[in-house]
Design a protein around this ligand. Sequence first.
Ligand SMILES: Nc1nc2c(c(=O)[nH]1)N[C@H]1C(S)=C(S)[C@@H](COP(=O)(O)OP(=O)(O)OC[C@H]3O[C@@H](n4cnc5c(=O)[nH]c(N)nc54)[C@H](O)[C@@H]3O)O[C@H]1N2
Ligand SMILES: Nc1nc2c(c(=O)[nH]1)N[C@H]1C(S)=C(S)[C@@H](COP(=O)(O)OP(=O)(O)OC[C@H]3O[C@@H](n4cnc5c(=O)[nH]c(N)nc54)[C@H](O)[C@@H]3O)O[C@H]1N2
Ligand code: SF4
Ligand SMILES: [Mo]
Length: 775
Amino acid sequence: MRKTKLSADDSGDPELEISKPKAWAAGLPSLTESIPRALREMGPERSVKTLLAMNQKDGFDCMSCAWPDPPHRKTAEFCENGAKAVSWEADPLKVPDTFWAEHSVKDLQGRTEYWLGQQGRLVRPVYKPAGKDHYQPISWDNAFGIIARELNALESPDEATFYTSGRTSNEAAFEYQLFARAYGTNNLPDCSNMCHESTGKAMGETIGVGKCAISYQDFAKADLIIIMGQNPGTCHPRMLTALEEAKEAGASIVAINPLPEAGLINFKNPQRPRGLVGSGTDLADQFLQIRLAGDMALLQALSKRVLEAEAAAPGAVLDHKFLAEHCQGLEELKAHLAKLDESEVLAATGLRSEEIDESAERYLRADKVIITWAMGLTQHKKAVPTIREIVNLLLLRGNIGKPGAGPSPIRGHSNVQGDRTMGIWEQMPPAFLDKLQQEFGFDPPRRNGYDAVQSIQAMRDGKLKVFMAVGGNLVNAVSDTAVAQSAMQKMKLSVQVSTKLNRSHAFTGEQALVLPTLGRSEIDVQASGPQFVTVEDTVCAVHASAGRLEPISDMVLSEVAIISRLARAVLGDRYGIDWAGFEANYDSLREHIGHVCKGCEDYNQKVRQEGGFVLPHPPRDSRTFPTSTGKAMLTVNELGTIEVPPGRLLLQSVRAHDQFNTTIYSLNDRYRGVKKGRHVLFVNPEDLKELGIEDGSFVDIYSEYQDSSEERVLRQFRVIAYPTAKGCVCAYFPEANVLVSLESTAEESNTPVSKSVIVRLEPVAAPETATAGVR
Ligand SMILES: Nc1nc2c(c(=O)[nH]1)N[C@H]1C(S)=C(S)[C@@H](COP(=O)(O)OP(=O)(O)OC[C@H]3O[C@@H](n4cnc5c(=O)[nH]c(N)nc54)[C@H](O)[C@@H]3O)O[C@H]1N2
Ligand SMILES: Nc1nc2c(c(=O)[nH]1)N[C@H]1C(S)=C(S)[C@@H](COP(=O)(O)OP(=O)(O)OC[C@H]3O[C@@H](n4cnc5c(=O)[nH]c(N)nc54)[C@H](O)[C@@H]3O)O[C@H]1N2
Ligand code: SF4
Ligand SMILES: [Mo]
């Protein structure tokens, strides 16, 4: 059967092909790409069963991104990347039992993510004993016994850390945080620490809720949608449908990005006949090609222009009633922005004054404005103040808590937002911990735990001994890959609950366990019968999800079952929590969720309503702002710009079209014109000329993080002349993580600064395996 197995080391990208980047996204190629892939990977029966059930009211939630489902579903309610995600998960190929004897851990270390993912589904628990270099099959009971032995031997529960990736269901997430806290620690890092943490921090402080303040229907009601630091064509493809509908209803769109991303410019809707063959919809009315990390300056400049317009026509520009009733901090903001230096803005953004004027005019002409954003804003040193500036700009004209308006962070993983609602956070507020105490009768630990970066630092520094992860691939997703790998290798025990192999299974503690789990596409039957789980999307809509496929193997357990059995092994009957009851019937978990989690009252009943329910959001629903002052806060943020020394460039890392985070579906990035290779660096042609580097040649990329003596380098990357903003280069995540110092994190949110790394390029000879790779 199928499966092109690439060699372990595909550096040099021997078959690399480069073509012109695309101006448009989706359309026919998205169907011709996704359907054959599904058929090839899953076969016809599984393809029909999965694709037609995906995102349907009685089906399962797409496991890829957190984009919401429209109120009225079509028969095929998925995009190309949703199809890739389910094809990857519902792969009928199994990692054979013989695999573990054939491949040592050392051997796995030499394999790429792509190769590891191609080996098929994990179907039995495996254990790597101390001093051995091979995993070997083990029974579930013995696996839980080992975890219990190691956890119960620790001097303090704070010597263990419990990571979650955002695919985990609400039920499993609630149970997992309950287990960690009953065991005695708040060490609950998650992928959100590396993702929208900056958003949560900025919005929590300024409007009182760290989540998106609009509903799906608001897109079609907006006059203006500003898309900042986001690549929806690849990362939230069905958002393009919502944007197309908004345009048809009269909205204009401004896109702000250093890269002219395909979907931002034009969209050919694969769900409509004319989208398949025609020229599609021009999406962005204005494209601002901003420099990396220039957004804070731009947002301040926009707010300043709004305030100047008000000064020129007093009473006609600001939403005075809203500001007076609901906000505070206007005078301070005015005084601060009056001092804003336009030349600093132009230097930081790389934009012309007229471009900023035009955006400001668009903002002033619109009564209802939505601003969306993703990793292009959250993974910078000044991410939190930048997002506070989004809030400033919106508040000035009352663009929140009314139809068609509001701040709209677009989440990444399909249930990353739900996991937080369920209590996966190293710093859950006291109100949540009090509820937990009332519900379960034990006093949860109150001291904040470690986040993702702090966990790796604590491992490196010998403060942690056990690492456990429900999903994800922390070693390869976090910054400073080499540091993360060796930090993990200091653990006494590492445990990964996973569907497929990844590099976190290759960099392990002294002892290691890999526990195979069901995916979302699979039927989950427990003692009380078939179960469903629940998830929350980026617009706070919660709904049920039930798989359609027979499980890959009867050896595999659901995440809820794994956590339940683990808790029983580790805690016995401590606090009298009915872990076995949770596993038998997920309703019992949902009963507790209803009592503990904010907005989840009557959870069992509400998630059974058709289409689920939407969580309350006071700023969105009633312009109530649960901040420390009870008002929405306009804030003063000191502009911080990055000084890039001469001859140096600013590097960001992005996702290719054929990947989901560290999962690599193929080595192609269709929209950017790259095929069969990932070791590439996109550079502005003028920068190449200034540096005397040729398009198609090879460079070593050195990161120049000031406070560090360590050398961080990516070797032999091929340079591609590309229309990125001047001075700004781009490579792929996760490869580029090697360049991000663990200590380089965003102020206030501690998110790795993956989108602005100062780098130096050094020309080198082509690797022996490289071919011309020409256009
Ligand atoms: N197919 C697919 N879908 C995904 C994922 C995936 O890997 N693959 N991952 C999921 C996850 S977890 C997440 S968090 C989301 C991520 O969704 P995105 O944030 O859209 O993904 P990135 O590839 O990180 O792209 C960042 C975008 O921001 C731009 N950018 C970078 N720096 C700046 C800046 O300083 N200013 C501005 N204005 N723009 C900037 C980049 O050019 C790029 O277009 O996608 C989710 N969906
Ligand atoms: N340089 C750089 N670094 C980044 C980013 C960046 O833009 N640039 N982005 C950051 C962001 S936004 C994020 S969200 C993180 C992502 O960090 P993670 O969430 O840790 O990484 P993923 O690659 O999404 O995890 C993939 C693994 O999850 C497992 N898995 C898949 N489905 C399931 C399931 O249903 N159950 C279980 N138990 N396991 C499953 C599979 O084994 C798979 O290999 O990376 C961050 N790192
Ligand atoms: S937009 Fe996101 S959630 Fe929707 S089908 Fe595509 S990948 Fe899945
Ligand atoms: Mo993310």
